[in-house]
Design a binder for this molecule. Structure first.
Ligand code: ZN
Length: 319
């Protein structure tokens, strides 16, 4: 029987996303199950395989058609062994995800970091256009990074490659989840942008934002972008600082990986051109001229589906 189908899995702290995708990139089915965090996430591999078996039965698809399973998981992953060294949000430590899932399914399983997998997915079926050198940055609760170098995910020596969000940009800056201070994500994540806006308001600045805060329960980056476009000078200056820091950080990464494409995703990227154009301008200001010539910018297209596409592509790429 021809092996023409791939399974992509994206494990998050709340849900596990699954998809059956053809080797041409056509999504046959996608579904999600809650992430069971009890007992440090011990049942997750069983939950995944049980739900896949149910779906295959429901769709009358024979297991023999599946080429393999590609999984994106949060945290630090060793791709060769498929061991999740640490995934704080799940509770895994030295968790043998690949072995467990291969034992249950009898199928080849490949594992990599979720941000890397999402970059691979965007490059295959999203805005990446299948370039060989690409950088994907996700501006959400944190700042995630994925690098494709010479056609392959850059994982690094122990799964700590492409951790763009933890490049230090303010040595004495705000505390980061990683235990250090002033990482890129403390400045340019949604959480970081909102924190800086709160500081402005506490200092009696950003009056438009302050007024808005009285009518909404919680300020978001969308509010900050809107107040900036309505003429709030403090919000404008804050965003300009964020764009500038992001632009020079990306220019520094570009001096190392020389990407043909930089894709920005995550919640903050919903601002579209209001984000993309100034970040691009800052990048141009700081980047090596030759690195800039080679590089185009875009907004990621696949949203929450990037991970499952990337997992599927990882299987395809390794066959
Ligand atoms: Zn950090």
């Amino acid at each position: 029987m021809e092996k023409d189908l791939l399974i992509g899995i994206d494990i998050g702290g709340t849900t596990v996303k699954h998809a059956i995708i053809t080797s041409n990139g056509e999504m046959i089915s996608s579904w999600e199950i809650p992430t069971n965090l009890q007992n440090a996430g011990i049942s997750i591999p069983t939950d995944i395989w049980t739900s896949i078996e149910l779906k295959l039965n429901e769709l009358e698809i024979k297991k023999q058609r599946i080429l393999g399973i590609g999984v994106g998981a949060p945290g630090f992953i060793e791709p060769e062994t498929g061991i999740v060294a640490i995934a704080v949000n799940i509770g895994w430590r030295d968790f043998h995800l690949k072995d467990l899932l291969e034992g249950l399914s009898g199928l080849p399983v490949l594992v990599d970091n979720d941000a890397n997998i999402a970059a691979l997915g965007e490059n295959w079926q999203g805005s990446g256009d299948q370039v060989d050198n690409m950088l994907a940055v996700t501006l959400g609760t944190g700042v995630g990074g994925g690098i494709i170098a010479n056609g392959h995910i850059l994982s690094g020596a122990n799964g700590t490659g492409a951790e763009i969000g933890h490049m230090i940009v303010e040595p004495d800056g705000a505390p980061c989840n990683c235990g250090r201070n002033g990482c890129l994500e403390t400045v340019t994540s949604a959480t970081g942008i909102v924190r800086q806006a709160e500081e402005l308001m506490n200092a009696g600045k950003a009056v438009k934002l302050q007024q808005r805060k009285e009518s909404v329960s919680r300020i978001t980056t969308k509010d900050i972008f809107e107040c900036a476009s309505e003429g709030d000078l403090d919000c404008q200056a804050l965003l300009q600082y964020v764009f500038d820091v992001l632009g020079f950080s990306l220019a520094n990464v570009a001096a190392t990986v020389n990407p043909a494409k930089i894709l920005i995703g995550g919640g903050v990227s919903k601002a579209g051109d209001a984000l993309l154009n100034p970040v691009k301008a800052a990048f141009e200001k700081y980047a090596l001229a030759r690195a800039n010539e080679a590089c185009t910018f875009g907004i990621a297209q696949l949203g929450n589906d990037a991970g499952v596409y990337g997992g599927a592509y990882l299987v395809l790429q390794n066959n």
